[in-house]
Write a protein that binds this ligand. Structure first.
Ligand code: XMP
Ligand code: MG
Length: 186
């Protein structure tokens, strides 16, 4: 199902992934994650702020009882490009040593932020550390990351909605869409 851009306001160009497609994909991923962690104690870690929606919906799609924790990181770099130099703005409240940890991400772009996060959390000696992301841009990858569960591979375009923002706007859209070029000066 495609929603016409006119229905979304002039700032949005196209709906890339509908709410229905997101819901179906999260149910599919949740079934696989349930199978992987059956009988285990799972901590899911969301990366603020973008992963809020996917954490909330994935957590409710899971049958496995989980605990949830959050990290906020800032990625320094020139302009909007991620540099891989990361500062922790909010650390986990949980000691993850010996725990099964699943990082839940909204999007993997260059992969630099996540690569740093994997090293950082990995050094805390979790029993296991895996990744689930709703979106991934294969053409933007600068580092190879082993991602267990990917919702959708998407083109290398700036997307908003379902947690993702442009200048803090559009996070509450229930779908993922592309932004009209005039919004970001294109
Ligand atoms: P890297 O490049 O380190 O960056 O993988 C990951 C973070 O950058 C943000 N990001 C986006 N945010 N639309 C957004 O709203 C996008 O198309 C986009 N691409 C990357 C996001 O916060 C992600 O965690
Ligand atoms: Mg993010």
């Amino acid at each position: 199902m495609r929603v016409d851009a006119k229905d979304m306001g002039a700032d949005l160009q196209q709906v890339l992934i509908t709410k229905e497609e997101i819901d179906a994909k999260l149910a599919e991923l949740a079934a696989k994650i349930d199978a992987e962690y059956a009988g285990k104690d799972l901590l899911i870690v969301g990366v603020l702020k973008g992963a809020v929606m996917v954490m909330a919906d994935l957590a409710r799609a899971l049958s496995t009882p989980v605990t949830m924790d959050w990290m906020a990181v800032s990625s320094y770099g020139a302009g909007t490009q991620s540099s891989g130099v990361v500062r922790i703005l909010k650390d986990l409240d949980t000691d993850i040593k010996g725990r099964h940890v699943l990082i839940v991400e909204d999007i993997i772009d260059s992969g630099l932020t996540l690569s740093w996060l994997i090293n950082n959390l990995g050094s805390r000696e979790p029993e296991s550390l895996k990744i689930c992301t709703l979106l991934r841009k294969p053409d933007a990858a600068k580092v190879a990351i082993d991602v267990e569960w990917v919702g959708f591979d998407i083109p290398n375009e700036f997307v908003v909605g379902y947690g993702l923002d442009y200048a803090e706007k559009y996070r509450n859209l229930p779908f993922v869409g592309t932004l009209a070029p005039h919004v970001y000066g294109g």
